[in-house]
Design a protein around this ligand. Structure first.
Ligand code: ADP
Length: 178
């Protein structure tokens, strides 16, 4: 089941929320900044202790899990989307960011997960392309018992998700909450 709705992901009580992070995992702007602010300073301290190679704690398209500290969710999965027009093979990398987040969730036995619109902010992915990759990748997920929510912060991104969900004809597995 995939649910599409508007909202602030830092308020979501799902088992896990996904952060559109950068490779350092040390916070940034957009949803990353909002998640660090809401989770509190222990999140940054935890991330600083995670394994890194030359400042990279999570390569583009990969995913790492941390506790959620002061957030209502239990965990945060930090993934890194590609920068549109800069990172080579960006479609594959964006699909990997969603797929690897779902793989990490599966390993933890997680029942529900909330995603933001990865790469749709400062990484400037065109919304229609990002939406199709996100929905196709999540719809291919083999877990019938995992509820996936897209929690979209702005009206234009929500509209793109809504339109693409209709166009892709993913059927009853997608519910749009307007
Ligand atoms: P990226 O660097 O991957 O583009 P951004 O954080 O800049 O990540 O933007 C990703 C998406 O997250 C954008 O659509 C932005 O509007 C949205 N966003 C920002 N804050 C929040 C929030 N608190 N909850 C959900 N989505 C958010």
């Amino acid at each position: 089941m995939i649910i599409i709705e508007t909202g602030d992901i830092t308020h979501c009580p799902d088992d896990v929320i996904v952060n559109a992070a950068n490779t350092s995992l040390l916070g940034g702007g957009g949803v990353d900044g909002a998640i660090h602010d809401a989770a509190g300073p222990k999140l940054l301290q935890y991330c600083q202790k995670m394994a890194e190679t030359e400042g990279v704690r999570c390569p583009i398209g990969d995913a790492r899990i941390t506790p959620a500290f002061n957030l209502p969710s239990r965990h945060i999965i930090h993934t890194v989307g590609p920068r549109h027009g800069i990172d080579v093979d960006s479609h594959r990398l964006l699909a990997s960011a969603y797929r690897n987040s779902l793989i990490v969730a599966k390993k933890q036995g997680i029942k529900n997960i909330a995603f933001p619109a990865i790469s749709c902010g400062v990484y400037r992915y065109p919304h229609d392309e990002a939406t199709e990759i996100a929905l196709r990748t999540c719809a291919e997920s083999d877990r019938q018992d995992l509820q996936i929510r897209f929690v979209l912060f702005s009206a234009d991104v929500f509209e793109a998700w809504q339109n693409t969900a209709r166009t892709l004809e993913l059927g009853s597995c997608v519910v749009v909450k307007s």
